[in-house]
Design a protein around this ligand. Structure first.
Ligand code: NAD
Length: 397
């Protein structure tokens, strides 16, 4: 059982609390830190916390607290981790881990040096659909993974600090791209080094300094390519989709819009529909159980089970740091308009992985390019002659 201190009583702090205390959970949010007294009070009343304060250190250091959960604006993640290391409190931190890889690396090193547990709360790598898809990929059903694309777009975040480049550390690319990068890393293989990034980013709509729309490609050492599409200017709700392509198969996941639950209402008595839904009338796409479908339940189960078993969770501070490093390269590429290398002063994955061969033997003399069953009942083979390099076709009935 974990006795949790929630740092931040806003949007994600409340979602986390719903997950942590839902479904007869053993774990309990016992303390809340918020910037404003009234937020702390309301949160404590709603979730039955026994300690509340606007003093972050007092909440972290409280003797009942066994686990700190950071749900604060991005610029406060590092100061909160510093306090957890100082008071030797296990910690889980929301995404993005840092505003930059340097900040994330500092946080990772603090946790490792203090000998405390550190978990990276990347919920979209724990959604039931994602977990099933990852298992399928790891079992080899898709063969060698060639491309993993993740898209997160919505009409923009809900609090002022997100829109301030200094506090947030960036725009939609840091806010949403961190999810997408980690999703692709999981499918391609977390031990495969991300090598370089090409990115387009722009501020197309909002009057802000940061980008509100971005698209990027991330090249991996084994030849696979990751892709992300992120936006704070998308209209129509929250679009969360992943696509994975391998030599033997394909996966498409739609996590949020068009998941098979469609509803029409004139708006009478309608209220909250789903995160970032733009309307509560007309044709709507509700989500059955957001806390579960977005992965929060599976995420906290893994985090706390890992902590109690003395093992690492599936998403660690190290993962958060690698994600930040990829995004740092994406920001640089958006400026230079060049492929930019991913700088990883600490790398714990494989070294010098070579790209897999694209030559599939058909027989001793030929490579196979393609087999096709035609509409006129013949099977066609397209082959490459090993000796001459010539491409030929053969029909077999
Ligand atoms: N799916 C996800 O994993 C997910 C979703 C949303 C947000 N987040 C992350 O959670 C963190 C918090 O985001 P949020 O949406 O809960 O934000 P929010 O604005 O709704 O809440 C932030 C809370 O932090 C506290 N706070 C302390 N100092 C503050 C300050 N100086 N300015 C503003 N708030 C301050 C307040 O209690 C406030 O309610 C961010 O790092 C964000 O990226 C993660």
């Amino acid at each position: 059982m974990q006795q949790i201190a929630m740092l931040g009583g806003g949007f994600i702090g409340r979602f986390y609390a719903e997950s942590l205390q839902g479904q007869r959970s053993r774990d309990k949010v016992v303390a809340i830190y918020a910037r404003r007294e009234e937020t702390a009070q309301q949160f404590a009343a709603d979730y039955g916390c026994t300690f509340q304060s606007t003093d972050m250190e007092a909440v972290i250091a409280h003797p009942d607290v066994t686990m700190v959960c950071i749900a604060l604006p991005n610029n406060l993640h590092a100061p909160a981790v510093e306090l957890c290391a100082k008071h030797k409190k296990n910690v889980v931190c929301t995404k993005p881990l840092g505003r930059t890889a340097a900040e994330a690396l500092h946080m990772m090193q603090l946790v490792e040096e203090a000998g405390i547990f550190g978990g990276y709360l990347e919920d979209l790598c724990y959604s039931p659909k994602f977990l099933k898809a990852l298992d399928t990929v790891k079992n080899g059903a898709l063969g060698r993974i060639l491309w993993a694309k993740s898209r997160e777009t919505h009409p923009g975040p809900h609090s002022n600090w997100f829109w301030d480049k200094e506090q947030a550390g960036g725009g939609c690319m840091l806010d949403l791209g961190c999810h997408c990068v980690e999703i692709a890393r999981n499918f391609i293989g977390k031990d495969i080094r991300p090598v370089e990034v090409m990115c387009w980013a722009a501020t197309q709509v909002k009057p802000i300094d940061a980008e509100d729309h971005a698209i990027a490609l991330v090249k991996y050492e084994n030849g696979a390519i990751g892709q992300f599409e992120v936006s704070w200017t998308f209209r129509g709700g929250m679009d969360l989709r992943d696509e994975v392509m391998g030599t033997e198969g394909t996966i498409w996941i739609n996590n949020f819009l068009r998941t098979g639950f469609e509803m029409f209402t004139t708006g009478k008595a309608s209220d909250y529909v789903a995160e970032k839904a733009e309307s509560n009338a007309g044709w709507l796409f509700p989500v059955g159980d957001e806390v579960n479908d977005l992965g929060y339940n599976h995420m906290f189960t893994d985090m706390f089970s890992a902590c109690e078993a003395g093992r690492e969770p599936a998403e660690t501070f190290y993962d958060g740091y690698v994600v930040n490093a990829i995004l740092d390269a994406a920001y640089k590429s958006a400026e230079t308009k060049q492929w930019e290398p991913v700088q990883l002063p600490v790398w714990r994955g494989q070294e010098g992985v070579e790209q897999a061969s694209n030559l599939v033997d058909y027989d001793a003399d030929h490579y196979l390019i393609k087999e096709e069953m035609t509409h006129y009942g013949k099977k066609k083979l397209i082959l490459k002659e090993k000796a001459t390099g010539q491409i030929i076709e053969r029909e077999v009935s």
